[in-house]
Each structure stands twice: as C-alpha cells, then as structure tokens.
Design a protein around this ligand. Structure first.
Ligand code: ACO
Length: 322
C-alpha cells in the first residue's frame, strides 16, 4: 500500500525580528506592547525587505526541505505553493519557485489559495496526488509576504501578521505518514476576513488591504478547529491522548489555547511560534513544524496534528506520523 510521508522540512524568516514597540513607533500606532501581547501573544514578527517576494522566501525554505529529505531538485515531480500574496497575478509562485530551485523534471507546479488554511489544502492535495500513484515526490510550501497587504493605519490588523515561508517534502512511502486529512469551507463567511480588491485596468480597484471582523473570526476559528481536529483523530481510529504534538495555525495564542482546551490537549504538547513570528498565514504551520523538528522536540515516529483556519472561510486538519 502506498502512503504519503513527510521526509524533510525547511523554513525561512526574512530580516530581523521587529518588536511590537518598534512596529508601533515606525507607524505611529495608537497601541501598546501590553495590548498586543495580552490579546494575541505576539511579541515580534519579520517583514521582507523591498523587492523580496514570496518565491524568494519559498526558495530558502524549499532548499532546506530538499536537503533535509536528501532529495535533488529533479527528484521533485510536484510543486505546490500555498499563498495569498503571490509574486504576480501570473505565473504562479510555484512555477517561479520551480525555476529558482532548478527543477527541470517537468512535473506539475501550481498555487493554492485558501489563505491561512492554504498549507492544509496544499498538503492534502499533494497527498491525493501521491496516493493516486501519479506523483512520487512533492515539495509543498506555504509562503507569504502579508506585509504588502497590511493597512498601517488599521491597528486592529497590522499588528497581527508577519512574513515567512515553511516547506515540506512529501513522498510516496511504504511506511505510514499522513493518517487522515479533512478540508472544509463555508463561503458565506467571506466578508469577515478579506482583501476586497483586485488589479484591473492597470490599477488596484477596491480595497487592497486585509479587513477583518476580529471577534467574528475568533469565534468561528475556535469552533471549527476543535471540530476538524476531532474529525481527523476519529478517522485515524485514534484518540487525543495518542497525539504527541499539536502544530496549529499560529494566528493568536488565545485561539490556540481555546482549541487545545476544547480538545483536551495540554499546552506543553503545542508547538508555538506565534510570539516570535506573528501570523504568517499559509506559512505558519510548516514554519512551526520545521521549528519543532529542528529544535529536536518533534521526533521521527511522533503523531502530529496540523490544523488551520483562514479566510473564505476555509479550515482543515491533517493527522500524521512523522
Ligand atoms: N492596540 C490597541 N487597541 C486596539 C488594537 C491595537 N492594536 N486593535 C484594536 N484595538 C481596540 C479597538 O479599537 C477597540 O477599541 P474601542 O473599544 O475603543 O472600540 C478595542 O481595542 C477592542 O477591540 P476588539 O476588536 O473588540 O478587541 P478584541 O479583544 O476582539 O481583540 C483581536 C482584537 C486581537 C483582533 C481579536 O479579535 C482576535 O484575536 N481575533 C481573531 C482574529 C485573528 O487572529 N485573525 C488573524 C487572521 S485570521 C486567521 O488567521 C484565522
């Protein structure tokens, strides 16, 4: 039987950490370190410099993941990049990444847009390709430069996000890897988190910045994350007690605490990066996973639960044996 297994991880954060105080000073925000830490857990984030695009961050994370998996660029027959901040309208960031990594295998490359759930969507798509037998070795990346779509006058959103990338190599394997996955969406919630603009006639039409109803997002996220986590654990025939590590989307420490509590998981089993990275949208789960692996906490054979929720609204979870 074919399984899909993660064989390498990588991540990248651009530049130096920017503290809450530095961000507040740079943009003249009516806010405070205390407010941001208390409501979100965020203490710092990274921003890409001018001219640095999502594919540049994806390249650094992808390069590390290939090295960790012991794979050469031409072993990769599928590249999927989850991003809501692509380099261009087209070509896809995945195609640009394929070129930057020197992948000439002729395999497929495409982007997935499911905002903060993007990596969950991309990973599950890659899993289906591998289980179908059509592809053998995928590079799955979450990469974002959310700093480009933040309104620095909106203190309710601009303090929450950061830039970064995370990547995994997902391969066909005789050993179990991904045990269960589930994806969901409910487009009727599209207005509570959106960037309601577009490029048309040579200019940005509408509003090109992140807009959010924070309290509505909070309530929705807590509800669906607990549900989808239970769903994949049950589908794999396991219980929450079998989980070694929860790697949640790093939006807000209070959302993470609330979903962990609902699911009966102690916080010691959560990989947390939100304090140092902020919310890096589609990059946050693979970034946190790579940090967990490289810090030696997540070990080979551990049972790991990924879960994410984002604009759309979209949400999903994956349970895997690392
Ligand atoms: N600094 C100081 N005050 C602020 C700030 C800030 N950065 N931002 C908002 N406020 C003010 C508001 O203006 C409001 O002031 P008012 O009472 O005078 O009107 C007050 O704080 C309370 O605002 P609320 O929006 O009610 O604050 P809340 O406690 O809900 O916290 C937050 C806001 C942190 C956004 C919270 O709603 C939240 O965490 N929501 C989840 C959203 C999230 O994490 N989104 C990330 C993207 S979505 C995703 O990844 C799934």
């Amino acid at each position: 039987m074919i399984h899909a297994r993660i064989t390498g991880t990588g991540s990248y954060l651009p530049g130096s950490p920017i503290s809450n105080d530095a961000l507040i000073a740079a943009h003249g925000l009516d806010s405070s370190d205390d407010w941001i830490v208390e409501r979100t857990g965020i203490k710092a984030r990274h921003f890409a410099g001018p001219g640095v695009a999502a594919s540049d961050l994806a390249y650094e994370a992808g390069r590390q993941a290939l090295a960790a998996a012991g794979r050469a660029p031409n072993d990769i027959d599928l590249v999927i990049v989850a991003t809501s901040t692509p380099d261009y309208v087209f070509p896809s960031t995945a195609a640009l990444l394929q070129a930057k990594l020197g992948i000439k295998s002729g395999g497929a490359a495409f982007d997935v847009q499911a905002v903060c759930s993007g990596f969950m969507y991309a990973l599950t798509i890659a899993e289906k390709f591998i289980l179908s037998g059509s592809h053998k070795c995928a590079l799955v990346v979450g990469a974002e430069v959310f700093s480009r779509i933040l309104d620095w006058k909106d203190r309710g959103t601009c303090v929450l996000f950061g830039d970064g990338a995370g990547a995994v190599v997902l391969e066909a394997s005789a050993e179990p890897g991904i045990l269960a996955s589930s994806l969901h969406a409910d487009g009727s919630y599209n207005s509570i988190l959106s960037v309601p603009g577009q490029v048309s006639g040579g200019q940005a039409i509408g509003d090109p910045f992140v807009r959010m109803d924070g309290q509505a997002v909070f309530k929705f996220a807590v509800k669906v994350l607990a549900e989808v986590a239970s769903e994949v654990v049950a589908a794999a025939g396991l219980t929450p007690a079998d989980i070694d590590w929860l790697v949640p989307h790093q939006a807000n420490i209070r959302i993470i605490q609330s979903t962990a509590r609902k699911f009966g998981l102690p916080m010691e089993k959560c990989i947390l990066t939100v304090h140092d990275h902020g919310n890096t949208s589609a990059a946050s789960i693979p970034l946190a996973f790579d940090h967990g692996v490289r810090s030696g906490r997540i070990k080979c054979g551990d049972v790991v639960l990924f879960e994410g929720v984002g604009g759309g609204f979209t949400w999903g979870a994956t349970l895997l044996k690392y």
